[in-house]
Design a binder for this molecule. Structure first.
Ligand SMILES: C[S@@+](CC[C@H](N)C(=O)[O-])C[C@H]1O[C@@H](n2cnc3c(N)ncnc32)[C@H](O)[C@@H]1O
Length: 280
């Protein structure tokens, strides 16, 4: 396994993913009943954007670096910005929260989260992040296998995020199978599956498999910065949401074009899309 998220932390795809995650977690606040947040590929929890690895790619500059000065235009993402702010008390933007830190900001006293991370060094950092947190469980193991054992959760309401590195061929199929299995065990949960768009073919295959799976209520959202004619780079990314909360489609149709305007690179015209792959 070569993938290390530090090279990509805070880039435009992270911003897209964390913005959608914020809306999903906030929707769970609509009821007082406890919820659970489960994450199969958690990463290390926080990333130093001044580290050598992050500086080498400089990807965060074109992601959170562009959004941060314009954060007042995105009131619906206030919790996301609070999670960023909490790590950067000094004012400058140096540390970036991974999804576990963001999710922690959105847990209430009655909620809990369980995180999986396979790489020992990343998982050790994650454990340090949440050392004294009784609401957070961390498992240093394969997230696909671990998720199975958690379902259905006792709370009967909550969200699963599946956010693999897509480093190995076949990860689209593996992620889809995990989603299908998890949904079979817990049909009422909310499931969010993030995917990269380098080229369309693997995404289209996954869509067809989803359509054929019998799973209903499948919403797809994408934010593309670049045209899809260069398969070697990340042109955009998407999120499949099964059982999305009420009005997520409308809220994303409002949010994503505004996000795109901030994130897009002057030379290219990007696009966003929000559509029902399978309706109710
Ligand atoms: C895209 S990164 C996660 C980023 C994180 N979700 C966030 O948004 O901040 C994917 C992570 O999955 C880890 N990983 C790779 N294969 C895994 C597996 N089978 N089970 C659990 N974690 C895995 C990698 O070490 C990496 O930290």
């Amino acid at each position: 396994m070569n993938y290390r998220h530090i090279f990509h932390a805070g880039n435009f795809a992270d911003v897209f993913k964390h913005a959608v995650l914020t809306l999903l977690l906030k929707s769970l606040h609509a009821k007082d009943k406890p919820f659970v947040y489960l994450e199969t590929h958690a990463g290390s929890g926080r990333y130093d954007l001044e580290s050598e690895a992050a500086r080498k790619t400089g990807e965060a500059r074109a992601g959170i670096g562009r959004l941060w000065p314009r954060r007042e235009n995105f009131p619906e993402l206030a919790d996301y910005f609070s999670a960023v702010q909490a790590l950067n008390r000094g004012g400058s933007l140096r540390l970036y929260p991974g999804s576990p830190q963001l999710a922690r900001t959105l847990l209430r006293a009655q909620d809990r989260m369980a995180l999986f991370e396979l790489v020992p060094e990343e998982c050790a950092r994650l454990r340090d992040e949440f050392a004294r947190e009784s609401q957070v469980q961390i498992f240093c193991q394969d997230g696909y296998a671990g998720l199975k054992a958690q379902l259905p959760p006792r709370e009967r309401r909550g969200l699963v995020l599946i956010d693999p590195p897509y480093e190995a061929g076949g990860e689209f199929a593996q992620a889809f199978e995990a989603l299908k299995l998890a949904h079979a065990r817990w049909a009422t949960g909310i499931f969010a599956l993030w995917y990269p768009v380098k080229e369309r073919a693997p995404v289209a295959r996954m869509y067809r498999a989803l359509e054929a799976s019998g799973i209903r209520k499948v919403l797809c959202a994408e934010l593309m910065l670049y045209p899809e004619d260069t398969a070697f780079r990340l042109n955009g990314s998407g999120m499949i949401v099964v059982n999305p909360p009420w009005k997520l489609d409308e809220n994303l149709r409002d949010l994503l074009p505004r996000l795109l305007r901030v994130l897009q690179d002057g030379e290219h015209v990007g696009r966003t899309g929000v559509s029902w792959l399978v309706p109710e």
